[in-house]
Design a protein. Structure first.
Length: 390
């Protein structure tokens, strides 16, 4: 999972590349919409939700994520950012950005998608899970009133990506499912203007809204927290089955998908669980789905466990490769060979990664330069935008 940048007002403006010139007439941030801070229940943040149904007594049932919250009038769903207002469901975070940064696409991480390019990365507050090991809990586990945000409409996000020569917008840091409407509209506008959009998500979303959103996306990364219901229940306040359903839907759609597994010592790192997970991914996603095993570091409500031993990550990689996955990576382990991409046929390196430095060393027209083996992925912007999935 990507780490959110510092989000105070000065830091927020600096990450957008304007710094001291934020009030300059030629600066994109000088527009009134960018300068407007969202405080408390400011109504400028309220927007119609797309996925709900009104039931008896002005209650609503949310049909966006597997929780399917039934929400009484003037109450909110589990995520804390969607509210029932008189039988109409509203999102309170449409365009209220609390984090913005220009990141390497590899930070998402996406390794088979436009390597060595950048993604304009945006987030609003909120999440529909409560992971005890969340890296970005300061924004994901708080309500909108508790996080400093700035109102940024979709058109300005797209223009900012263009101005920073970023071919992609990434919806990331918190959980983009809970700011679905904003991601949906921004991705649709971006596609029309030649900018791709990638969803960096926990995969906790129902099929119909997922298919609708994928019409405008160009790639998806899913955090697969573990491969047991017990882990999801105990450490994420969620369930595994809906996430597996999401992966099945993404495979059916055919959109480029990568999977990340944060390995936490003693909780989800057993050889048996890794083997079962890898075999499921081969069967349901195919052998070419890129899978990333990332190193855990103590954080948030899980400070009692040590960082994941590198040997455990290496064992997981070997198991996954032996189970039939062709592209298995290690994350949060700089300078490890497991960061790079190798041809599954001849073994030659085709993309070299050292931290966030990426060099395409043996890939030509989407194939291994040494043996001609096709390397699945999205290698050009034209390829990314060519097909509308859904």
């Amino acid at each position: 999972m990507s780490t959110a940048p510092v989000t105070g007002r000065r830091a927020f403006l600096k990450t957008l590349g304007c710094g001291a010139c934020a009030m300059c007439a030629d600066c994109l941030l000088a527009r009134a919409a960018w300068a407007r801070q969202v405080q408390g229940r400011n109504q400028v943040a309220v927007h119609d939700a797309m996925w709900f149904e009104t039931i008896e007594d002005n209650a609503v049932r949310c049909t966006l994520c597997p929780r399917e919250c039934v929400v009484a009038d003037v109450e909110r769903g589990y995520c804390g950012v969607r509210e029932n207002q008189g039988g109409e469901y509203k999102t309170l975070v449409y365009g209220t950005l609390c984090s913005v940064n220009v990141d390497p696409i590899e930070k998402k991480p996406l390794f088979h998608y436009l390597p060595a390019t950048t993604a304009l990365s945006v987030a609003t507050p909120g999440c529909n899970m409560e992971c005890k090991f969340c890296q970005n809990w300061e924004i994901s586990q708080f309500r909108p009133e508790q996080v400093t945000s700035y109102l940024v409409p979709p058109r300005d996000v797209v223009q900012l990506a263009v101005s920073h020569n970023s071919p992609t917008i990434a919806y990331t840091y918190s959980e983009p499912v809970v700011f679905y409407e904003y991601a949906h509209d921004t991705a649709a506008l971006g596609r029309r203007q030649g900018v791709g959009s990638v969803l960096i998500s926990n995969g906790y979303i129902l099929e119909e809204p997922l298919r609708q959103l994928c019409q405008h996306l160009t790639a998806v990364k899913v955090d697969l927290k573990a491969f047991t219901e017990t882990f999801y229940a105990d450490h994420c306040a969620a369930s595994l089955a809906p996430v597996l359903d999401t992966l099945d839907v993404l495979a059916d759609i055919g959109i480029h998908t990568e999977v990340v597994v944060l390995l936490i010592p003693t909780l989800n790192d057993s050889a048996a669980e890794i083997r079962e997970m890898a075999r499921w991914l081969v069967e349901h996603m195919g052998p070419d789905v890129p899978v990333h095993f990332s190193r855990f570091h103590p954080i948030y409500r899980m400070k009692n466990l040590p960082p994941t031993p590198v040997a455990v990550l290496e064992r997981a990689r070997r198991i996954a490769l032996d189970s039939g996955l062709n592209y298995v990576y290690l994350g949060n382990v700089p300078f490890h060979e497991g960061e790079s991409t190798y041809c599954p046929r001849c073994g030659k390196m085709v993309i070299q990664r050292v931290g966030y430095r990426t060099d395409v060393v043996g890939l030509e027209d989407g194939a291994c330069a040494s043996c001609g083996c096709n390397i699945p992925g999205v290698w050009t912007q034209e390829q990314a935008l060519a097909v509308r999935r859904g």
